[in-house]
Design a protein around this ligand. Structure first.
Ligand code: 5GP
Ligand code: MN
Length: 344
């Protein structure tokens, strides 16, 4: 309560505000950042949104997208650094450990600005002056909506802001299908629709904007790069650098692919390994009873939510796959049968 009062006090006069989110932002990361930014601008603050990397073009429709600075872009880098240096408040959205924002993390740690963390991931690092955090929330966008309401400013959520927030809730619940699709999710979403969000338009922008290359890539991956190990309830995709190049893969093109592996009957653990410039990026998904975030944190330097997590590996693709298979084999009991060890 005290923290909330100090946060409200900070916001009570116009501030220079820096908003950032995790590397390779998804709809929840960017939607919560831009939704919050649009609101804070209406309140009279000066706001800069900086992403630690680029993000998929199917998010470019979001209001405020044109002003986002990408820390990895030469032309944006200095502007972003300056905004961070001048910031009086820093908002960290949709991540709970500073390692998730690459080099920005250390700069934020050293900053003397008032730091706010709005997030729904497990095990938050203690870096914020004010934390608006709940693992019960399906999406950071849900928390941003609730925070604005708590500040008594629901009337400042316009159609464009409602659409940013709706997008994050829609995608983080897997289109209102994952176990995190609570009654509260539907209540919040109902309010966002009331505020003007157009559900079918947003679904169209996000899910129906494939390039021909992307669709062909998905077809290729499913027919040629899917490995199914029914004996250990596991299926995974292994995508090489060469594959990505062949299909002219762009940021966002592999998003959602892992769900095809999980959609197989009897499969409880799915993964996507993609070979990137800086190592192997891994996406994990699991059925409701399997805690894949613990597995990602223990063995692949990652984390996330119980049923949707990520990680990385610096070994070769082949070695990483061998390690993965043998670890699933070794941890079968804990992964698939040991309820007590499941994370929330
Ligand atoms: P995705 O597979 O969509 O990239 O990520 C799924 C979930 O895992 C997201 O909530 C994301 O924040 C989290 N995640 C992805 N990669 C990492 C990682 O390298 N470290 C941690 N701690 N979380 C990750
Ligand atoms: Mn999220």
């Amino acid at each position: 309560m005290e923290a909330l009062a100090s946060f409200k006090k900070e916001l009570s006069s116009p501030k220079k505000i820096f908003i950032t989110t995790h590397v390779k932002p998804d709809a929840d990361a960017l939607g919560s950042s831009l939704g919050l930014a649009n609101y804070l601008i209406k309140k009279g603050h000066e706001v800069t949104v900086v992403t630690p990397s680029d993000y998929p073009s199917f998010l470019y429709w979001m209001e405020g997208n044109d002003s986002v600075l990408d820390f990895t872009k030469q032309e944006d880098h200095e502007l972003a650094k300056k905004a961070l240096k001048n910031a009086e408040m820093i908002f960290c959205l949709d991540f709970s450990v500073l390692g998730r924002v690459d080099e920005l993390g250390e700069l934020i740690r050293q900053s003397e600005a008032y730091i706010v963390n709005i997030d729904h991931h497990q095990d938050p690092e203690d870096f914020a002056d004010f934390r608006y955090w709940s693992t019960e929330a399906a999406a950071t966008c849900e928390l941003v909506y609730e925070l604005i309401v708590e500040l008594g400013d629901k009337n400042l959520i316009d159609k464009a802001t409602a659409e940013c927030l709706y997008a994050g809730i829609m995608t983080d619940t897997g289109g209102f299908r994952h176990p995190n699709t609570t009654k509260n999710v539907h209540l919040v979403v109902a309010e966002l629709l009331e505020l003007g969000a157009n559900a079918s338009q947003i679904a169209n922008w996000i899910y129906d904007s494939n390039s021909v290359n992307r669709l062909k890539f998905i077809g290729f991956a499913i027919s040629r790069r899917l490995i199914v190990r029914e004996d250990i309830h596991t299926a995974y995709f292994a995508i090489s650098k060469k594959d990505l190049k062949k299909y002219q893969s762009r940021t966002g093109d592999t998003e959602g692919l892992v769900n095809y592996a999980l959609s197989l009957d009897g499969i409880k653990l799915a993964a996507l390994f993609s070979e990137r410039e800086d190592g192997i990026k891994i996406s994990f998904r699991s059925s409701p009873e399997v805690a894949v975030n613990k597995f990602a944190a223990s063995y692949f330097n990652g984390g996330g939510h119980k049923n949707a997590a990520g990680g990385k590996s610096e070994s070769s693709l082949k070695e990483t796959l061998e390690k993965f298979e043998s670890l699933v084999e070794k941890n079968q009991e804990e992964l698939f049968h040991h309820e007590a060890l499941s994370a929330d």
